[in-house]
Write a protein that binds this ligand. Structure first.
Ligand code: ATP
Length: 311
């Protein structure tokens, strides 16, 4: 269990994290989603006890980050951003070094390395210099070092960054497989990533959580954000649709051709506005050529939430 309470981090005058609260249950795969600079890495560094927060606190399996950082480090496997590796070692030498720094010795060390190599599909490159293997294999090597000590919790900072589409699929599969047994927190600014791998998502913007839940829950929460795309035919410019019962706002209006009017309106949830809009169009003498309800996709929601923050 991870509990984060009113967490904050200042770098000089910059408040990178501003009072963040969340909890993560054992076995969950949670995505920290946000644009560059949202504070994802900072949260991960705090949870891995790489740095302390400026205010607030967090506990990992009941241990306070201020009081029990060593115990927490044993419990957590961390893949930092850009998988920092030693380029002058081969994969096996690197894993061996990392295993020793995790105090793994003798048979246990050998078994753990063999397991991580197998799990991360590194067999074909174990004797290759890290400087000569592909980015995908480097990322797997980074993941292998993160799981060497069989941690309960995996914290992965942008695990698929810089990979080609095939490598991305492979790493996602690997994360999903690991996520069956472990608690995983991963950060990303790629929406597909959270939809593909995470059961829950925390959307961060400028150091604050702006939405949380499963991708479906977030969409449901934004139930108010139901749109209607209308294509009307009629001689007059449409006016007054924003005064129709249940219509929250007229968002877009254009005339793609003479006598055609394309409108996007935002509706209040469960207001029966569709019917009222239909009646309005008929009364005003328009022919409705199309009327398409639309919900925000997670992608549109992400853009909306993060833009609103900036504005
Ligand atoms: P990215 O996706 O670009 O990695 P992020 O969401 O991980 O972004 P952070 O790296 O946590 O964001 O950074 C949050 C903010 O804190 C940014 O404005 C960043 O420039 C700033 N920041 C991060 N580390 C430091 C530091 N050591 N000193 C000063 N400012 C920092």
């Amino acid at each position: 269990m991870i509990e984060v309470s009113n967490l904050g981090k200042r770098y000089g005058t910059l408040e990178a994290i501003r009072g963040v609260n969340f909890s993560i249950k054992p076995g969950e795969v949670v995505g920290l989603l946000g644009p560059n600079g949202a504070g994802k890495t900072t949260i991960m560094k705090i949870l891995t006890c790489y740095m302390f927060p400026s205010f607030g606190t967090a506990t990992v399996n009941g241990w306070d980050i201020f009081e029990r950082p060593l115990e927490i480090k044993k419990l957590v496997g961390y893949l930092p951003e850009n998988a920092p590796l030693y380029m002058d070692l081969n994969v096996l030498e690197y894993l061996s070094f990392m295993a020793e720094s995790r105090s793994l010795k003798g048979n246990t060390k050998t078994e753990r390395i063999e397991w991580a190599v197998e799990e991360c599909g590194l067999k074909s490159v174990v004797y290759r210099g890290i400087d000569t293997i592909s980015k995908g294999f480097r990322q797997r090597t980074g993941l292998a070092q993160a799981i060497l000590h069989d941690p309960e919790i995996l914290i992965l900072d942008e695990p698929t960054m810089g990979l080609d589409p095939n490598q991305i699929i492979e790493i996602r599969e690997l994360i999903k497989r690991l996520g069956k047994e472990k608690t995983v927190i991963l950060s990303t600014h790629i929406l597909r990533e959270v939809e593909a791998t995470c059961g829950r998502v925390l959307i961060l913007n400028e150091g604050q959580i702006v939405a949380k839940g499963s991708p479906e829950e977030i969409n449901r929460e934004m139930k108010g954000e139901v749109f209607l795309d209308l294509l009307l035919k009629g001689d007059r410019e449409p006016a007054g649709i924003d005064r129709v019962s249940g219509v929250r706002d007229l968002l877009k209006s254009s005339s793609p051709a003479e006598g055609l009017h394309q409108l996007r309106i935002a509706l209040l949830p469960d207001s029966g506005a569709e019917e009222a809009v239909f009646d309005w169009a008929v009364k005003e003498g328009y022919k409705i050529l199309s009327m398409v309800p639309k919900r925000l996709s997670l992608e549109e929601l992400f853009i909306k939430l993060t833009r609103e923050g900036r504005e």
